[in-house]
Design a binder for this molecule. Structure first.
Ligand code: GDP
Length: 479
């Protein structure tokens, strides 16, 4: 019945698409990558305009207006655009992040270059990237999953935080009798280990299963009560063993969580933007960067899911364009924006080369959906240095100073390497990460800035290269 309902929705999408041109864009990225901010800024830009030189339809004045409309899916929460904008405007604070799927529909009234009036219906679907990284699990057995997860956990970059979990894995053999309390304890330690990998210091990206960190409405449910343990040789597990229990729950997770997500949301997308907090990975070091690259592999694999596998034609993904965007570029001086873009391009290229094609057009951009800083030049010891100026959030601390949320600070953001090569030296010896502050200056790289003052319903929101993202994602559909 569930499948019939989704099949109906999918068909309805397509029939609807014939009568009213509709574009369904997925906005994803791992937790804190910037999905909420990007979606809010995108909607605001379409409704209120802004400086968008590269977004041709807007630059040339062909977009007459964009209005919010009731969304097509009654069972999916609405993206809280108005509340998010109010938080930015009234409190000058960042709104709460994405924790589950939500959607929003916009009708964009525009004129074609020849002057014909048309309407493009835009459905934005914001969902956690952690869930996207679950899709490759559909092609894995429990034994594959357990082997891969344990290899990751035992690698030097993660072993430091995996101790308690790995100790329990060593103590609980897959052949042991299944026991609910052991399963729960394993799942708890495994989840704690995944969460520790996500901290700013490690900034790891590849952490499936996604619902362990982003449970949505499944928090505490039995579908999440499993963990990777060393599987015994194939086919030797007794039905009442711990290993068999874990395997059953892993399969249940795929059936109850991953497949429905794939069909209800993912398979219905036309285009996708994947937001990547590459700066956090760069700041955390080479292991985080390698991990991010693996996650990009997983993301590209996700776009292949179902193309020639289990999905029927109706549920086959139809994504034709994917944009990878490095977010929070306003933490860098503009001279480094191209460098950030080049680093992400290199990461995506390498993953793409391994992915053996998936049919969608790819592009890469470095952007700030909302620009929280401005640039300045500061003189220090007779030298002029490029700096960015922002207002650190209240309570942020650097160099022994605690910010009050009102004072501004000039930050020397440090340069990214001129070419990405330095980051991808196979020995890892060439990794420099982000050059830190000049000698004698406090390292402000990790400060979080408040959103800019002056955001409101009427005024345009400052951004960096949001127009490039819009042009790639919808330019051709407004022609
Ligand atoms: P989500 O988990 O992907 O929905 O992430 P959010 O959109 O909530 O962003 C997480 C945090 O990153 C925000 O609270 C901001 O602190 C920061 N952030 C996101 N986008 C930007 C941006 O364009 N500029 C700046 N300076 N910070 C941003």
């Amino acid at each position: 019945i569930e499948d019939a309902r989704i099949a109906f929705a999918t068909l309805a999408d397509r029939v609807d698409g014939l009568a009213h041109p509709t574009l369904r864009i997925g906005v994803t990225g791992l937790s804190r990558a910037g999905k909420t901010i990007f979606t809010t800024a995108l909607v605001h830009a379409l409704m209120r305009g802004g400086r968008m030189p590269v977004f041709e339809a807007m630059q040339s004045g062909r977009i007459a207006r964009a209005v919010l409309e009731p969304q097509p899916d009654d069972a999916v929460p609405r993206f809280a655009y108005e509340a998010h904008l109010a938080t930015l405007a009234a409190d000058r604070a960042w709104p709460a992040s994405t924790t589950r799927v939500s959607e929003l529909r916009l009708a964009v009234r525009y004129a074609t270059p020849r002057g014909t009036e048309r309407t493009l219906t835009l459905d934005l679907v914001d969902y956690p990237g952690e869930w996207l990284l679950d899709l490759p699990l559909l092609d894995m057995s429990y034994a594959d999953f357990a082997r891969q997860s344990l290899a990751l956990a035992r690698a030097p970059a993660r072993a430091g935080v995996a101790g308690p979990y790995l100790a329990m894995v060593a103590a609980r053999h897959a052949d042991a009798l299944a026991d609910e309390s052991h399963a729960r304890e394993l799942a708890r330690l495994f989840t704690a280990y995944l969460a520790a990998c996500r901290t700013e210091k490690l900034a790891m990206s590849l952490l499936p299963p996604g619902r362990f960190l982003m449970p949505g409405d499944l928090e505490g449910s039995p579908a999440l009560t499993f963990a990777p343990i060393d599987p015994p040789a194939l086919g030797t597990m007794a039905a009442n063993s711990l290993g068999a229990m874990m395997e059953r729950r892993f399969e249940a997770y795929k059936n109850a969580v991953v497949r429905p997500f794939f069909r209800t949301h993912f398979a219905r997308l036309d285009r996708q933007i994947v937001l990547v907090d590459a700066l956090s990975a760069l700041n955390a070091g080479p292991a985080a960067l390698t991990d991010l690259e693996r996650a990009l592999d997983g993301i590209l694999a996700a776009f292949r899911t179902g193309r020639n596998g289990f999905a029927s034609t109706l549920f086959r993904p139809r994504i034709d364009k994917v944009l990878f965007a490095a977010t929070k570029a306003d933490h860098l001086h503009h001279s480094s924006h191209d460098r950030l873009e080049a680093i992400l391009a290199r990461l995506v290229e390498r993953a793409h080369a391994r992915a053996h094609g998936h049919g969608a057009a790819l592009d890469v951009v470095a952007l700030a959906a909302i620009r929280a800083t401005r640039e300045a030049q500061v003189r220090r010891n007779g030298e002029t240095l490029d700096a960015i100026v922002g207002t650190p959030e209240q309570g942020q601390e650097a160099g022994g100073h605690v910010f009050d949320g009102a004072e501004e600070v000039a930050v020397f953001p440090g340069d990214l390497p001129e070419t990405p090569d330095a980051l991808f030296d196979p020995s890892g010896a060439g990794f420099r990460g982000i050059a830190s502050a000049p000698a004698g200056e406090v390292d402000f790289r990790f400060l979080k800035f408040r959103p800019p003052a002056g955001i409101g319903a009427g005024a345009a929101i400052p951004h960096i290269r949001l127009d490039r993202a819009l042009e790639f994602l919808l330019g051709d559909r407004l022609a």
